[in-house]
Design a binder for this molecule. Structure first.
Ligand code: ADP
Ligand code: MG
Length: 687
C-alpha cells in the first residue's frame, strides 16, 4: 500500500485551483495527470529578462521587459487562421508587433487594448522588417519592473497552456509537498551536500541548481536500481526446479558450424543457472548475427532433456514464425516436438496445440504473447526464452514467472548492445552473458552516407544491385510521431519504387494485416520479391542472407543503436554487403559525428558506448531523454555518473534489509511509490 503521506501527491490535477475540463487536455498531453507529475515537471530552462526603455536598446533574440502602447489590432482574415497581430509603440515611437496564434489571440485581444500602456515581457524577435514579441510571457498593467532580472522557469507546454498558467499549477503542487524521510544513504547525502527531497524539488523549479537536479536524478536512479534488486532478491527466494540435461538431445544436433567461444561460454553459464533450484534470470546480450538462436536452442534442449517443456516468446508474428522455422530445422535430428502458437491460430489446429502443451506431447513452443494467455496450460514449463527483451517491461516479465507450477527459468535475449551503465539500468536484476564475438567469416559491411537529395542516384544504384540478382531493403523512417502519417510516407515511397521496379517490390509495415505481412515477407525471403520496402518493423530478427543492400532514409532521425540493428540485416551471406545512409540537409555537428561513427565501425558495443558519450556531453539542462533509457529526470550524464553508485547502494540496502523494514528501508519504500517503481515493493511481503 502506498504510504498515506504520499496521498496529496497522487491526487488528480483536477483537485488544484483553476483546473477545469479545458486544461485537462493539454495537461494530459504532457502526461501531467496528478499533483506529483506537476511537481516533477521540471523546467527546460530559465529566463532572466532586462527592462529596456525602448526597443533600440534591446538586441534581437533578447528577453526583455518593456512598456508598450497598442495602436492597432490586426485580426487574421479567417478567424482562427493566421496570427492575430497587435501593433504597439514604445516610449520613443518605434512600432513593434505583439503576435498571437490560435486560441491565445483572445487573451491578447483582452490584455492589450488600444491606447493603454502595458508592461510586456517576452523575447524580441524579427519578423520580416518588423520587430515582434510572439506570445509574451507576461502582460501587466503595472508592476512590470519587478519582472526585471527575475529568473523564471520555462516549461515545456502544450497547446492551450501558457507559462504563467503552468507555473501557477506547479506552484500549487510544490506547496503540497510533504516532508519525507530521507532515503539517501547518510554518508553520501552529507558528502554531496544535497538538499532534502522537498527542498530539492522547490529549488529545481526556482533556478539552475545543479545539486538539486542531481539529487532528484539520484532519487530516480536509486528507485530504479532498488526495484530491480528486489525483483532479483524475490527471484532468489522463489521455488524453481533444477534442470540438469544429460546431453542426449544436444548430442544429436548436427550444426553446420562449430560454436564460437562466446557461444560455448554462454551455453555453460546458462546450463549452470538452470541446474540451480532458484530460477534463472539471465540476459543473453549479443549483436545482430552473433548467433543467439542456437544458444537459445541449446538451453531449450537442456529443459527437454530434463523432462520439462520450453517456450520461446517473440515480439512479433513474423519473428515467431521465423524462429519456429529455424528451430524446427535445427532441432530436427534431436526428435523434439515443436509447435508454433500465435494469436491467429484458431479452431482445431489451436485446440490440438493446447492439448499437446497440456499433456506434454509438445516439448517446445514458439509464439507471440499468445503462448501465455490464461487458456494456455503447460504440463511442466521449465524454461521461458524471451527474444528482444526490451519490448517487454519488467512487470510483464513478472507475470510470465507465474505460469509454471514452479517458477520457470528465464532467458532473455536482446540484440541491442547497450552500454554497460544502461545495461545495469534496464536489466540490473539479471545476470548477463555477452556474445561479444561474431561467428567467423563475416564480411565487413561498406557504409556510405548520401544526401537524401541524391535519391535518383540511389535508386539507380539499387537498380544495378538488383540486376545482379541480389536483394535489397529500403527502410523508411518513423518521424512524425504519428504512425499513420509515417505509413503514408512509406506507401508513397513504395508506390514510387514500384513504378520503377514493378512486381519485384513488396511493402511491410505495422498496420498491415498479419497475413498480408507474412505473405510479403514470404515473397521476399523466398527470393521472389527483390526489394523490401519497410518501416522499422524489420528492425529485429529477419534473416535473408541474399539481401545485401540496405538503404535507410533520413538516417539522422534514427538512434545509432537502431541504425546498427537495421544495418545488421545485411552482411549475413557470403556476398559483400553495402549500407546507404541517406541524410537530410540540416545535419547538426553531433548528427555528422554519429553518421561518421556508423561508417567507421561495426562493433555494436562500441557504437553504443560512443553514442552515449556523444549525446551525454552536449546535453542541455533537463533535456528529456529520448525514450531509450527508463528515466525521465536523470540525464545521460547523470546516469553515467550516478547509476553505478545507486546500484551499489541499492544492493547494500537489499543485502542488509531485504524486507525494507528499517527506518531507511521504510523511507526507501516511500521512494519506490513516489517514483512509481512500486512493482518492486509489491514483491515484499506486506509491501
Ligand atoms: P542473432 O539472433 O544473434 O542475431 P542468429 O542466431 O540469427 O543471430 O545467427 C545469425 C546467423 O549466424 C545464422 O544464419 C546462424 O545460423 C549463423 N551462426 C550462428 N552461430 C554460428 C557460428 N558459430 N558459426 C557460423 N555461423 C553461425
Ligand atoms: Mg535473433
Amino acid at each position: 500500500m502506498r504510504p498515506d503521506e504520499l496521498n496529496p501527491l497522487f491526487a488528480e490535477v483536477e483537485t488544484l485551483d483553476g483546473v477545469g475540463p479545458k486544461l485537462m487536455k493539454p495537461l494530459g498531453r504532457l502526461g501531467l495527470s496528478r499533483v506529483r507529475d506537476l511537481a516533477y515537471h521540471l523546467p527546460d530552462r530559465f529566463v532572466t529578462r532586462r527592462a529596456v526603455g525602448n526597443v533600440d536598446e534591446a538586441g534581437e533574440g533578447e528577453q526583455i521587459v518593456i512598456q508598450l502602447t497598442p495602436t492597432e489590432h490586426k485580426a487574421p482574415y479567417n478567424p482562427g487562421r493566421g496570427p492575430y497581430r497587435i501593433l504597439a509603440q514604445d516610449a520613443v515611437g518605434n512600432i513593434i508587433a505583439i503576435t498571437y496564434f490560435g486560441r491565445a489571440s483572445y487573451s491578447g485581444k483582452k490584455l492589450l487594448p488600444v491606447g493603454e500602456t502595458r508592461w510586456v515581457a517576452g523575447r524580441l524577435d524579427r519578423y520580416g522588417d518588423m520587430l515582434q514579441i510572439v506570445h509574451p510571457d507576461h502582460v501587466l498593467e503595472e508592476g512590470g519592473e519587478t519582472l526585471q532580472r527575475l529568473c523564471e522557469p520555462v516549461y515545456s507546454l502544450a497547446e492551450g497552456l501558457t507559462q504563467p498558467k503552468i507555473g501557477g499549477l506547479v506552484g500549487q503542487s510544490l506547496a503540497k509537498l510533504p516532508d519525507l524521510p530521507e532515503w539517501i544513504e547518510p554518508g553520501l547525502f552529507e558528502r554531496e551536500g544535497w538538499p532534502a527531497w522537498s527542498d530539492a524539488l522547490k529549488l529545481a523549479h526556482k533556478g539552475e541548481n545543479a545539486q538539486a537536479r542531481e539529487r532528484l536524478a539520484y532519487d530516480e536512479l536509486l528507485a530504479n536500481s532498488l526495484a530491480l534488486m528486489l525483483v532479483r532478491a524475490d527471484n532468489r527466494q522463489r521455488k524453481g526446479r533444477a534442470l540438469v540435461g544429460d546431453g542426449s538431445r544436444r548430442g544429436k544436433l548436427q550444426l553446420p558450424f562449430p560454436l564460437t567461444g562466446a557461444q560455448e561460454r554462454s551455453n555453460r553459464e546458462i546450463a549452470g543457472d538452470m541446474a540451480q533450484v532458484s530460477p534463472m534470470l539471465r540476459l543473453l546480450q549479443g549483436d545482430v548475427g552473433a548467433g543467439k538462436t542456437v544458444v537459445a536452442l541449446e538451453a531449450m534442449l537442456v529443459a527437454v532433456e530434463a523432462g520439462a517443456q520450453a517456450a520461446l516468446l517473440a515480439p512479433t508474428e513474423i519473428l515467431a514464425r521465423q524462429h519456429f522455422e529455424t528451430l524446427r530445422s535445427m532441432a530436427a535430428p534431436t526428435g523434439v516436438e515443436i509447435a508454433l502458437l500465435t494469436g491467429r491460430d484458431k479452431g482445431r489446429a489451436r485446440e490440438s496445440i493446447l492439448m499437446g502443451l497440456m499433456d506434454g506431447s509438445i516439448d517446445m513452443v514458439v509464439g507471440t504473447h499468445a503462448i501465455f494467455q490464461d487458456t494456455v496450460a503447460y504440463k511442466d514449463l521449465g524454461l521461458v526464452v524471451i527474444d528482444e527483451q526490451h519490448r517487454f517491461g519488467v512487470a510483464q516479465r513478472l507475470m510470465l514467472a507465474k505460469k509454471g507450477k514452479t517458477t520457470p527459468h528465464t532467458l532473455a535475449m536482446t540484440a541491442t548492445p547497450i552500454p554497460r551503465t544502461l545495461t545495469l539500468a534496464q536489466y540490473g536484476e539479471m545476470e548477463v552473458s555477452r556474445l561479444d564475438e561474431l561467428p567467423p567469416g563475416r564480411q565487413a559491411i561498406d557504409t556510405l552516407v548520401f544526401p537524401q537529395a541524391r535519391m535518383e542516384e540511389v535508386a539507380d544504384g539499387v537498380a544495378r544491385h538488383l540486376e545482379t540478382g541480389q536483394q535489397a531493403y529500403w527502410v523508411c523512417p518513423m518521424v512524425n510521431d504519428n504512425e499513420t502519417l509515417d505509413i503514408a510516407a512509406a506507401e508513397a515511397r513504395y508506390a514510387a519504387l514500384k513504378e520503377r521496379f514493378g512486381e519485384a517490390v513488396v511493402l511491410v509495415h505495422g498496420q498491415l494485416q498479419a497475413d498480408q505481412k507474412d505473405a510479403a515477407m514470404e515473397r521476399f525471403s523466398s527470393g521472389e520479391a527483390k526489394l523490401l520496402v519497410a518501416t522499422t518493423v524489420i528492425e529485429v530478427g529477419v534473416d535473408v542472407p541474399a539481401a545485401t543492400l540496405m538503404v535507410i532514409e533520413q538516417a539522422e532521425r534514427f538512434g545509432l543503436a537502431q541504425l546498427h540493428q537495421l544495418r545488421g540485416r545485411v552482411g549475413r551471406g557470403s556476398e559483400k554487403s553495402v549500407c546507404l545512409l541517406l541524410r537530410g540537409d540540416a545535419l547538426s555537428e553531433t548528427g555528422k559525428k554519429r553518421l561518421a561513427l556508423m561508417r567507421e565501425t561495426q562493433d555494436g558495443f562500441r557504437i553504443a558506448e560512443e553514442d552515449l558519450e556523444l549525446r551525454g556531453g552536449g546535453e542541455l539542462l533537463g533535456t528529456r531523454q529520448s525514450g531509450d533509457t527508463p528515466f525521465r529526470i536523470a540525464t545521460l550524464e547523470q546516469i553515467q555518473k550516478w547509476l553505478p553508485v545507486a546500484h551499489d547502494d541499492a544492493q547494500m540496502l537489499v543485502d542488509h534489509d531485504g524486507g525494507l523494514a528499517s527506518e531507511r528501508g521504510k523511507a526507501a519504500r516511500t521512494l519506490l511509490y513516489l517514483m512509481e517503481r512500486d512493482w518492486g515493493v509489491q514483491l515484499l511481503r506486506g509491501g
